[in-house]
Each structure stands twice: as structure tokens, then as C-alpha cells.
Design a protein around this ligand. Sequence first.
Ligand code: TYD
Ligand code: MG
Length: 449
Amino acid sequence: MAKLKKVYYCQNCGARHNQWLGRCPVCGQWNTIVEEVVNKQAAKQERLLQGKIPRPLRLNEIEAGGEYRIKSGNSELDRVLGGGMVPGSVVLIGGEPGIGKSTLVLQTALQLPFHTLYIAGEESPSQIKMRAERFPGEGKNLSLLPETNVQKILTVAKETKPEIIIVDSIQTLHSDLIDSSPGSMSQIRETASELIRFAKETGTIVLIIGHITKEGIIAGPKVLEHMVDTVLHFEGDRYHQYRLLRSLKNRFGSTHELGIFEMTGNGLQIIENPSGVLLTAGGMKTAGSVAAVTTEGMRSFVVEVQALTGKAVYGTPQRSVTGYDPKRLNMILAVLEKRNGIPLSGHDVFLNIAGGFRLYDPGLDLAVAAAVLSSFTEIAVTPGTAFAGEIGLTGEIRPVSRIEQRISEAIKTGFDRIVVSTHQPVNAEDFKAEITSITNIADLKRWFA
Ligand code: TYD
Ligand code: MG
């Protein structure tokens, strides 16, 4: 008889307890602890089977594997991965349900020149086939496996030796070694670790799709993020067509890269020139709409920042932000009130980054301040002006990263004046545009007198 043991896991932080508790003492969350049954005997046997005695290697015995990467053919995905997929690596692609994770991997898989095994845990093969017919690529190298038992999946993988395994999604898998239901903390942890072990032993690339919860945590296990090599986050507003692929962790590349896609009737299209799509046609002529040059990873692009201010009807003024850090907006509003004497504490402020994107670049501060001022004074910024600057608590304008690249991008997009910090080292003669430097947020007044 297999020995069954009951353990209790917190669904929020993954902490293990010996008894049920109302509140997890580790993360402080209420009602997150669930009972799980672990089949100890089976787990022990599995460990024994794996029990080869390891030998440590001297550093000079180890051959450095060159920087070998497999291109997926999807330029945005490759960019975010740091130039392609590394053999034996495990990539987790997280995102809210319905954002387009399956679409992204299926579309990429159809064009891969390598043998790919797609584990279909969520949709039936015929549903996937129907979807695939809308995408380019024949999928000659793609095999589907409708199976959720990880031991069976790995048996198939050992036999068919695919170069790439796609798991859609980790929440549907289960392992024989554990009795709890699929999607539970311990199942996710166990199935993922079996996949990871397989990837490392065979050099297979494993792409794991994981749904995330409202709070933005890759569902259930934060632990999964620590186990895999790369964590990508697919985000965007479901009601907008644009999607961003961001890297949150990457053992094989930088985490600053950003992939930009548009969801169309025929799958995801790559957007190579984001500035073009992020600016509303004929925009930036109305009060409250300002252009900012931002940078994400190696790329710069121009985005439209929109603000709307109005006298607060209720006692507490409203602050509503889409696509930008609300705390940062509050800081900018406080600075504008203190340094420029604008009575914003009595006004509602709405802020929106056009296109449904969430951007974290502090270089957007100056454009945000300008948009708020513009809406407040009802004066539009001179057409053709773009902003790039960070704002400090004393109202000083600080330099931003990659300024040359930002200015070039603004010029390419059709802007002829760029407002930057006085402390920004930039050679104005190099550019066919007017570079205006300002020291303090109070200097913004000039445009909105
Ligand atoms: P999906 O990839 O199934 O999301 P996820 O795997 O992240 O849950 O994408 C679901 C949404 O994408 C669905 O609401 C329809 C939309 N969609 C398109 O707009 N165009 C397309 O070509 C496809 C395949 C999906
Ligand atoms: Mg899906």
C-alpha cells in the first residue's frame, strides 16, 4: 500500500504547513491554505530511480557551450528571449486568460523548422487545427498531443524526441506522484519540475504557458518563476488590439526587451514601428494631449499621453490612471501644485497612455506633467513637440537614458522640437530638430501661459 501523507500548502506563497491554518503565517493571506495528499512511496521510488551518484566537475574540465540559439522565426519573441531559444532552457509564458498566449505559441510553432510537440491540455486537437488554419505556415513539423499526465507526456517525448515541447497550459497537467487535483500548487510545482528535469537532461526546449491571477502573479506558484530559466509576461488590454511581451526574468539575456504585437482576425501581427501605431491620427493638437519619446530595451518610440482635468465635484478628487504608475502621477501632481502653484488637489485628474499599454519609463514624467498642465490651462502644446525627462521631488528635470536614440526616433516620426533636461548631455547640432532644455518643472509654464 502506498503511504499517503497529508500536507497543507498556501496557494499564495507556496509555504508548506503541517496543519490547516486560517491565515498563512508566512505571507499573511487569509483562507489560502489547502490540504494536499502526497503519495510519499511513489515519490521516494522515483527519487531512487534517479539516484545516480553525481561527480563534481572542475571548472577547467567543463567545455563552454558557445552562444547557441535557435531562432523561433518570430522576430519579436526572439528579441524578448535575447536572440532566440537556448537548447535545454525552460521558458514560462504567463498572462491573463484570453490575452493570446495560445495564439502566440501556436502561430510560432506552425513556422518552426524543428520537430515540435504541442501538449494540448486546454483545447481539443480539432479546435487547434481550426485555429491554425487562419495562420500562415503549414505546421509540417508540429505534432499535437492531447494529454495531461506528465509521465505519459514525457514517455512520448522520450520516444519521439522533439526539439521543442510546448505545454498549454501548466495548470491542466498532473503527475502520478501526487494525488491533488490539476492546477493546485503541488501539482504545478511537481509537473513543472519534471518538465524542467527532462529539458535539462535532453537539451529539449520547453515552453510552458501559465495563466496568471488578477493580482498579476503567475497563478498559484510564484515558485514556478524561480524554477524556470526565463519568465515572459504577455500583457495588454483585452479590449485594445495591442499586446506587449515583456521579459521578467531571463538567465540567457536582458530583461529590458519588449515585443509588440497587434491582435488581428488572423492572429498576432508583429509591430516593427510602434511610433506609427501609437499616435492617433491628427492627434496632439488638442489641449491635454502630449507626445512622449519613451524607450523600452533597445527600442525607442513615441507615445501619446493624454490628461483630462476638471473641477472635483465630490470632496475627494478622483485620480484615474491607465497605462502609467498611479503613485508617480500623484507625485507629479504634488510637484505641479507646489512648484507651479496649480491647485490640482481640487481637481479630478484622468491620465491615459494611448493604445492600452502599460509603460514604466520615468522618462515619461515630463510629458505627463505637460499633458496635465495643457488640460488644466486648455492650451495645446505647439504641434511637433515631444518630451523626454524625469521629474524629481523638487521639480527638477532629470536626464533620461538613451537620449540620442529617443531624439532620432522623434525626428523620424515627424517631430521637430524635443524638450529635455538641461543636465542631459546632448549635442544639439547633431540633430535636425530644435532641442529645448529646461531645468525645472516651473519652466514648463512658458508653453502654457
Ligand atoms: P488565446 O490565444 O486563446 O488566449 P490565451 O491562450 O491567452 O487564453 O486568444 C484568445 C483571444 O484572442 C480570443 O478572445 C480571440 C482572440 N483572437 C483573435 O482576435 N484573432 C485570432 O486570430 C485568434 C486566434 C484569437
Ligand atoms: Mg490558451
